[in-house]
Design a protein around this ligand. Structure first.
Ligand SMILES: Cc1ncc(COP(=O)(O)O)c(C=O)c1O
Length: 478
């Protein structure tokens, strides 16, 4: 019988870190150099694991190759942006041909590509106008500014534990604190009190809480930003009831509904996920997959809202400076975007059924590998009777203490009183890496480049990792 609270993993982690230092001496050395010159040793906190991250030299399909000569089976896949796997021919081939013909770096002009990519986005998401930018972070920031300008109000409703990138309105309520405040705090220094006060946190998949908040603050709400499939917050779909409630309440109160589809866009169909719920958002934000592996992001939505994002001075005072960005609409990035989107549209009936089947198989195999050692693992991300997913390539491995428990919101995912957070975020990823398998803090996806043979490798690795955990827990119990 396993304990009903987190085991003490310190000994096991010490053992794993020692083994990892031997496994990756070149990455260790690069990390020493990185810490001397790079803030925090590298970009994006999520990638900077303890004791140091593997430094990747190249990648292809389901695999990445590190500086220490390992071939590692990758389920992180570019922050879950690579639906076609790493460096897919459909995109890389197009870029290689373009570069050899003197195209791709003619930055700072307008071109046909911007038109064509915007047309593809409008067509596949039933939106009227598109603004292009370079990161999901900027897209959600602009969408928030547009909502506030359009509604002429200040308050933004955001999910506690929801990640919309490191922009002011997204930086409240990200990290879970154990002091009882949960998500209810600002997650960064340097924010103005006005921004902090103007973000109201709500609980994912809790329609009653949302009803109450709209009853109390409805007249002040400019907009609500929510993911139809919450990624960073736990890889969990919204229930149909929740999204329908969000749509109804925002509409009734004259607030703008922003569906943040940075992680869900083009992951469930060749278009937005909101459509599968029958929800037309006022604005959607896109990133990751929309760029085919390059830095492209977009806000797309209603023409009357997007029309506020025009050149300064064109309208009467509340226009939003969705502007600037030397590399916005970058030709090489848009070539990748166009190639990826066209591929997904043309191969929709092959790609999605394939990754859904693999996702389902992965969830079953991972859960059963841990169950074999008496460890209850729940792999989230799959479709249920409460949501509108047709299947799902995304997953996260959770370890709730209560056997059979499934988690519905970040408040449960990040609470160490409910599940073994350290096992998910630290122990299992490091132990898997020693087996040449990469997931990021338990978080990942399957791509069109994965196959059942790759899942055999993952399943075997999970069995060995589960055994290692179980031996360590038995040692502790003795
Ligand atoms: C839902 C969501 N919104 C926004 C972002 C930020 O996107 P980016 O990392 O491109 O700035 C992310 C990134 O993970 C995300 O998952």
């Amino acid at each position: 019988m396993r304990p009903e609270k987190a085991s003490d993993h310190r000994d096991l982690l010490r053992e794993l870190r020692e083994a990892y230092r031997e496994y990756a001496p070149v990455s260790a050395d690069l990390n020493r150099r990185a810490e001397a010159v790079l803030v925090d040793g590298g970009s994006h906190a999520l990638r900077l694991m303890d004791p140091f991250p593997p430094r990747i030299a190249s990648a292809r399909g389901a695999w990445v190759y590190d500086e220490d000569g390992h071939q590692v089976l990758d389920f992180w896949q570019g922050h879950c942006g690579n639906i076609l796997g790493h460096n897919p021919d459909a995109v890389a081939g197009r870029l290689a041909a373009a570069f050899s013909q003197g195209q791709g770096l003619q930055v700072g002009l307008t071109d046909r590509l911007q038109v064509e990519v915007a047309e593809l986005i409008c067509r596949t998401t039933a939106t009227e106008r598109v603004g292009l930018t370079t990161s999901g972070t900027l897209a959600t920031m602009y969408a928030t500014m547009l909502a506030r300008a359009f509604a002429g109000r200040d308050l933004i409703i955001k999910i506690g534990g929801g990640w919309h990138g490191g922009q002011p309105w997204g930086l409240k309520g990200v990290g879970f604190r154990l002091d009882g405040s949960g998500f209810d705090h600002a997650d960064s220094g340097g924010l103005s009190q006005g921004v902090i006060d103007n973000v109201l946190l709500t609980r994912y998949n809790d329609p009653d809480m949302l009803e109450n908040q709209f009853r109390e603050f409805g007249d002040e709400v400019a907009g609500m930003i929510v993911e139809p499939f919450i990624g960073g917050g736990g890889s969990i779909p919204a229930t149909q009831e929740y999204l329908t409630t969000a749509r109804r309440l925002t509409e009734r109160c004259g607030a703008v509904l922003i569906l943040d589809e940075v992680i869900s866009g083009y992951h469930f169909r060749a278009g937005d996920l909101g459509a599968l719920y029958g929800i037309q958002a006022d604005l959607i934000t896109l990133g990751k997959m929309v760029g085919g592996g390059m830095p492209v992001a977009a806000v797309a939505g209603r023409a009357d809202i997007m029309s506020l994002a025009v050149r300064a001075g064109t309208v009467g005072g509340n226009e939003v400076r969705f502007s600037g960005g030397t590399y916005s609409g970058h030709p090489a990035s848009l070539m990748a975007a166009k190639a990826a989107l066209e591929y997904l549209i043309d191969h929709e009936n092959e790609v999605y059924p394939r990754i859904f089947a693999l996702g389902q198989s992965l969830r079953r195999r991972v859960e059963s590998a841990f169950a074999g050692e008496g460890i209850y693992a729940w792999c989230s991300g799959g479709a249920t009777e409460y949501d509108a997913l047709p299947g799902s390539p995304l997953f996260r491995i959770h370890f709730p203490y209560a056997v059979g428990r499934q988690l519905v919101c970040p408040d449960e995912v990040f609470d160490p009183a409910i599940c073994d957070v350290a096992l998910r975020t630290s122990v299992v990823p490091l132990a898997l890496l020693l087996e040449n398998v990469h997931v990021m803090q338990g978080h990942g996806m399957v791509t069109a480049a994965h196959s059942e043979e790759h899942l055999d490798v993952l399943e075997d690795a999970c069995r060995r990792v589960a055994h290692r955990i179980s031996v360590s827990e038995e040692r502790q119990a003795d």
